[in-house]
Design a protein around this ligand. Structure first.
Ligand code: AMP
Ligand code: MG
Length: 354
């Protein structure tokens, strides 16, 4: 199969391309498209065959459920049962936006889409291309991230092309995405709203709307790099996550000490014949003396760090580095989401330098 790339990066959106992509979806095919979080790999969520094709294209385990993307609140009501009051409150506050709600499903969405679960994860994306595609196709679109399973989520159309070229009908190229980390997932099927995956919408923002909020103990790591709680409830959080080819270590602590430690470790690694990558910020870049230094963003602009994280991890794979040293980014709002992804990529390996 030849994967077509269709440009939708200009305003007003090229509706001819949206209509062609919508036809592909209506005929059971797959189209990757931009959302505000990462690129999604879309198929008709009510079509078992389309869901099977999504798992196959990604090489994703079939018990790892897909998120259903909708454009109207009434579509949530169409596919769920016993919808709690909190769903309406959260939708009013955050939709369209980077919040996924897990609710009890009815029979409209097949088990092939929900990985065999009786619940369904639903989100209304805040991206004009995604919304136009949902509306034009008339489909609710099942869409996991448009990467090969085990690689970083795609934040640019070319990342999708690298992973899925020849395996899907088309990619709508809307340029680089905005946020760059996957949506926050909350479970609404229990008494207290529970965060199953951290994202841009953080605990404080959720508390303002629904009061009490918990975090799934299965995703909270202690100092020893293990979780206190049972298995994570979001199946995707149980799988071994993306590990870059280079062995990644996070160095955290006071900035001067972090920089000098990374410089020392880099020198040592180079002496041992290793190629070194460093994840720096715009403020620290020039203080690193050796290695391939990539700037993730600016500490005062935490959005820039989230936005560039996956792209940088992909770049280090291409540079074929043996080891990667990264600063730590426990920033005020998105820190939990950023560090959740970075720590997973590092296999929880952190050095504290005081
Ligand atoms: P992705 O879109 O690739 O980030 O993957 C979607 C993730 O949403 C999955 O890996 C699951 O962890 C989570 N998810 C989807 N549906 C459910 C559900 N019904 N219950 C819990 N988690 C879900
Ligand atoms: Mg994913």
């Amino acid at each position: 199969m030849i994967t077509r790339i269709m440009d939708v990066s200009q305003e007003p959106i090229n509706m001819e391309n949206i209509r062609e992509a919508a036809e592909i979806l209506k005929n059971g095919g797959l189209v990757a498209f931009p959302t505000e979080t990462v690129y999604g790999l879309g198929g008709d969520a009510t079509d078992k065959e389309a869901s099977r094709k999504i798992y196959q294209a990604k090489g994703r385990p079939s018990d790892n459920p897909l998120i259903v993307h909708i454009a109207k609140f009434s579509q949530l009501e169409q596919i769920t049962s016993d919808l709690p009051e909190n769903a309406k409150l959260l939708a009013d506050a955050f939709w369209p936006g980077p919040l996924t709600m897990v609710c009890n499903k009815n029979q409209v969405i097949p088990y092939e889409t929900t990985g065999g679960l009786d619940t369904v994860a639903v989100r209304m994306p805040n991206n004009p291309v995604a919304l136009a595609l949902i509306e034009e196709s008339g489909c609710m679109i099942a869409a996991p991230s448009a990467n090969t399973s085990g690689r970083p989520s795609p934040t640019k159309a070319e990342h999708v092309y690298q992973d899925l070229s020849g395996k899907i009908e088309a990619i709508l190229d809307g340029g680089a995405v905005d946020i760059g980390l996957e949506s926050t997932i909350v479970d609404l099927t229990e008494d207290v709203v529970t965060i199953l995956r951290p994202g841009f919408i953080n605990m404080d923002m959720l508390k303002e709307v629904v009061g009490e909020v918990r975090i799934d103990p299965g995703i909270v790591y202690n100092d020893k790099g293990t979780t206190e709680g049972a298995k994570p409830k979001a199946p995707g959080m149980r799988y071994k996550h993306y590990a870059p080819k280079g062995d990644l270590t996070i160095i955290s602590g006071q900035e001067d000490k972090v920089v000098s430690t990374i410089n020392k470790m880099t020198k040592q690694a180079i002496q041992n014949g290793q190629k070194v990558g460093i994840i720096a910020t715009s403020a620290t870049r020039d203080r690193y003396e050796a290695g391939e230094v990539l700037v993730i963003g600016d500490r005062d602009d935490e959005g820039s760090i989230a936005h560039n994280l996956y792209d940088i991890l992909r770049q280090f794979d291409e540079l074929d580095v043996d080891v990667i040293f990264s600063e730590s980014f426990a920033t005020p709002k998105m820190g939990q989401a950023i560090m959740n992804r970075l720590l997973k990529a590092a296999g929880q390996k952190t050095i504290e330098v005081g």
